[in-house]
Design a protein around this ligand. Sequence first.
Ligand code: ADP
Ligand code: MG
Ligand code: MG
Length: 893
Amino acid sequence: MEKWVYTFGAGLAEGGAGDVEKLGGKGANLAEMAGLGLPVPPGLTIIADACTHFYTHQRNFPDEMKTQVLDGIGGIEAITGRTFGDARNPLLLSVRSGARSSMPGMMDTVLNLGLNDETVQGLAHNAEDDRFAWDSYRRFIQMYSDVVLGLDHEIFEEILDDEKARFGHEFDTDMTAAEWQHVTRIYKQMIEDELGEPFPQDPQVQLWGAIGAVFSSWMNARAVTYRQLHNIPVHWGTAVNVQAMVFGNLGSTSATGVAFTRNPSTGEKELYGEFLVNAQGEDVVAGIRTPQSLTEAARLESGYDKPAMEKLMPEAFAEFLAICNRLETHYQDMQDVEFTIERGKLWMLQTRSGKRTTKAAMKIAVDMVAEGLISEDEAVSRIEPSSLDQLLHPTIDPRVAREVIGSGLPASPGAATGEIVFTAEDAVSAKEEGRKVILVRMETSPEDIHGMHAAEGVLTTRGGMTSHAAVVARGMGIPCVAGAGTMRVDFRNGALIGVGVQLKKGDIITIDGSSGQVLKGTVPMLQPELSGDFAQIMAWADKTRRMTVRTNADTPGDARAARSFGAEGIGLCRTEHMFFEGERIHVMREMILAEDETGRRAALDKLLPMQRSDFTELFSIMHGLPVTIRLLDPPLHEFLPKTEEEIAEVAAAMGMEPRALSQRVDALHEFNPMLGHRGCRLAISYPEIAEMQARAIFEAAIAAALETGEPVVPEIMVPLVGLRSELDYVKGVIDGVASEVMREGALEISYLVGTMIELPRAAIRAHVIAEAAEFFSFGTNDLTQTTFGMSRDDASAFIPTYQKKGIIERDPFISLDFDGVGELIRIAAERGRQTRPDMKLGICGEHGGDPTSIHFCEDVGLDYVSCSPFRVPIARLSAAQATIKQQRLARHA
Ligand code: ADP
Ligand code: MG
Ligand code: MG
């Protein structure tokens, strides 16, 4: 018989943290905590496979599941001494979803299940608290109707608001037992009116209804969108947790709260969170009342007048603090926990690895190494490389005066400027038009996620540090100011009202997610400094990684930025970019359009000093580090004059008739320039171009070596080679110039000549090409184009369709196609090294900065990756993680 149900409670558990696939994250960790002997209300977990079964069997539960659930509930009854459905001593249950990876706010939970018109009396009697019982019942009706019966929760909130107002109360907590009972009656009547049948009174019906609803919520629109955004496969399904209720709404000695064991924003080692007295479930994050601080220190800092948990419930607090420490040591990570205090007794309801900002992740990892909790390698492995982008966020220049128009909580760091929009749809359409926006909402919900993705930052006027907006923005790495209570959104009139101002849609604001301030207009920003914990993690990464990290840089500015990000050389300098600048394009045009070699040489003579000074500067910035320079590559047409004006201008400069020049332009026209007269083909047709470039490189190398005192070893890269004879020819030209320049300069310098591997033929013939080539650099942009036969510039017309239809999963221009293009790289690396065992291999396509592609490069044994300057830190970290992964695999093998 298949085991569908796993139980936990009273110090025992059938599963544990290792069973996340089966039990889901929440279930596995509840079991783990129960097994550790921590106070966890007893419960059971229905495994995620049951959800899959549910969908493959016309939404029916597996046969044996029902009995197993009922047996499990029997166990809960035995531990709690209460009986499910019993009128006098009822056991109440929570039914909670819990998938393999946490999907915040995506699935729904039902609390207080088992209440009906009879059991509510028993609950009241047992607790000696009528108010509590009716409060719980009305909550149950609200949640069950929303989650299981599909009634809009706003209808209930409206009724509640009306009744509260009628009774003259401001807060839910002011309501009396009789008043709650009254509200319950109205709720039930409304449900019967809406649905044509009464609210289900039978606890068994409630139970199976709730379990079915959790399974069904796996397919609701929010969950589907979230899965798409986070690449979570549909076949995982969700587990269901059925657990004995504990009550935070049993008066002033009861409470419920959420906490992070360290500060998720800064990483500081301090308990961080909020709690609410006499409350249940999501009251804390829903922003109904302002939550209170956990620690006295946090209370003082926030200036709240209500006491912290530390003061109010010292015993429960001490136990809670001890449990938090224990959990951190046990999981060796910062935890995000939920807890409830029922009449002074602490209960743990959830734990998981806490989401954190990159800044916090760095600090926590570095601190945990110092605390002896984790190793340096583990610290390096824990930082998500792409999240380093977050650190590169600008901050507001502290020296400028700030025009503050409101403030809220500093919910996600960094500053951002943009136009105000009030809806997710407006954010998306503005982004499509290339405009930057700040999404301004009262609060956000999962329906706003696509709008948050499109926005530079998010501002909400309600909600706390653990509100939806705050959690999601931190995850996305975009700045967020949450709960700006001094501001108001007037949705109907499309206005944001702040201190002394009224702004409308389209007005510019700046939010500072690090201070919580909202400013008017655009504000000068500072670029971040990459020191402290960041530098420490990077130092550990650099110590570990096998591959070196170079940069793709065409200008001195790029090269300097890349050096400051830790680049260890230039892997690709595209010389054509140097020819587009300013006056140079004219000379370049003269050269291309020249009618004969003499004309071309005249133009090249003018280009030589410009190229030489470019290279000299690059070499001295790189100070002895390797620099790979690629000879001219682009299709000629990119340089041709297009407008009549341009033609006239060039013609005048060359002393030619515009008409004759126009004809020459036409003659150079190509039908398919990507596969036309480019790459080494140019150097073969016009060797004088390669001669000039080689001369510029060698003269610059000599000049820089003399200037810096460091030997410069230029690496000259010949593009788009398919035949060994092509490389032989161009190499001949380069070698000729080299000996000439060295003789003139009376200085020996060493240099390498190699090639890009960017054509399938080159990859396949790598062993032959390697006889001439001293290094290979994989140009994976072109190699992807030529392997797929897809032009990168035209691929956007069909790649998204391919992805939508499931033809391909990932865009091969962003993430390397391991099976096809990757196989060619493998072949070329292997065959190249057969011929030349110590040959240097690198990658210089866009993929050189993509974490998964970098793992592939490690696997193939490349010597270096090269990427754009801003991706250098990401590549350094990814390369280290790839090495650590290989070492771990080797240890397990
Ligand atoms: P989510 O995944 O949205 O956090 P949960 O299943 O954790 O949903 O539950 C929602 C809320 O209900 C949380 O605040 C949680 O602490 C509370 N809760 C869940 N189970 C119980 C229980 N057995 N007793 C009391 N409160 C509970
Ligand atoms: Mg929830
Ligand atoms: Mg939870």
